[in-house]
Design a binder for this molecule. Structure first.
Ligand code: UDP
Ligand code: MG
Length: 328
């Protein structure tokens, strides 16, 4: 493990009260926004009053090219509420990129990223700040109960975490993108320039002291998931290709295995030929053609995925453009 996950008692570094930015990526969240801004504004107001965070703390909503009136709602909230700010991307770039866009403009002592739908328990924000005060640079929000997730989502998530761990990837299980980062942890994260973004896989690579807070994941307050199966699969492929080359090694192992069995088959065929027991062999020929073609195409596909990622990385295209930003 690269990161040190520490219990409260292990750390004694005391810090001064931090300024906080809560970064909230939003894509077509018009139905949820009102609940979200209200809940987060209450939390921030309360934490400021109790001197847990500085007055210049804020809530930054990143509109990821929404097609509904999310941005309008953000700008109106920003006019009314002191802590609220907004950033609008020029088009939809996906959750991970929207998050990085928001994080890249943060200039406070700490930041917390959270989804707009209030599935993640916002009471943990205070616990995260407390753990930061004890000297942690990263505090992971971890779901200890996924019973509110759909059967499909829960099981695919378990399979994904299980296979990532089998491939040697150090990932915090049941942690998505609800986390606190200190200023220096955020600066370190922004050093990663890759297009192939899977933020939750990069965080453990940063090191620094870290801790976890646990919560029960609730259902969406309103609206529908903005992560349909296609986007979820895309994120899973980003995760694998961003963090490990084990699939390429598996292809190599598969190649060795196929060669080994082919060698046995050759011996068998030669023996059969010279002992005069040559069979017709149509079935075995057809099966091996189908099988080997399947293996080859699959392997090429996996290699192609990595080559494609290299191709996209070499272009070094900008990840996002900011269209508008609210003024203080
Ligand atoms: N999101 C985004 N861009 C996208 C898709 C999603 O910014 O293209 C945001 C979305 O508004 C939400 C967060 O990412 O704040 C997580 O999405 P969602 O809650 O729909 O995912 P789920 O919880 O269903 O996995
Ligand atoms: Mg959600």
């Amino acid at each position: 493990m690269n990161n040190q996950t520490s219990g409260d008692s292990a750390l004694q570094i005391m810090r001064t009260v931090p300024s906080l930015t809560i970064v909230v990526p939003c894509y077509n969240e018009a139905e949820v926004f009102i609940y979200c801004v209200d809940a987060l504004n209450k939390i921030v107001t309360d934490l400021v009053l109790r001197k847990k965070i500085e007055k210049n703390s804020r809530i930054l909503f990143v509109d990821d090219g929404s097609k509904d009136n999310t941005w309008l709602q953000i700008t109106e909230a920003a006019k009314k509420l002191d802590y609220v700010q907004g950033l609008k991307l020029s088009r939809n770039r996906g959750h991970q990129t929207a998050l990085i866009a928001g994080l890249s403009v943060v200039d406070t002592d700490v930041c917390i990223s959270i989804d707009a739908d209030l599935q993640d328990d916002i009471k943990c924000i205070e616990q995260m700040i407390d753990k930061y005060m004890l000297g942690n640079d990263i505090v992971y929000g971890v779901r200890n109960d996924r019973s509110k997730d759909s059967f499909f989502k829960r099981n695919t998530a378990n399979i994904f975490y299980g296979s990532m761990s089998a491939m040697g990837v150090n990932q915090i299980e049941n942690h998505a993108d609800y986390r606190l980062l200190s200023k220096r942890a955020l600066a370190a994260l922004l050093e990663f320039k890759e297009q192939n973004l899977y933020i939750r896989g990069l965080i453990p690579l940063l090191g620094f002291n870290s801790d976890k807070v646990f919560y029960t994941r609730e259902e969406r307050v309103a609206g529908e998931s903005k992560y349909p199966l296609k986007k979820m699969l895309g994120l899973a492929i980003e995760g694998v290709t961003s963090l490990t080359v084990t699939p390429l090694r598996l292809i190599c192992a598969l190649g060795f295995l196929t060669c080994f069995f082919s060698f046995l088959a050759i011996i068998y065929i030669l023996v059969a030929k010279f002992t005069g027991q040559v069979i017709e062999g149509w079935t075995s020929v057809i099966i091996s053609i189908f099988f080997l073609s399947g293996v080859q195409l699959l392997s090429l596909g996996v290699i192609g995925e990595y080559v494609g990622k290299i191709y996209l990385e070499t272009k070094q295209r900008p990840k996002f453009f900011i269209d508008e930003q609210t003024t203080d």
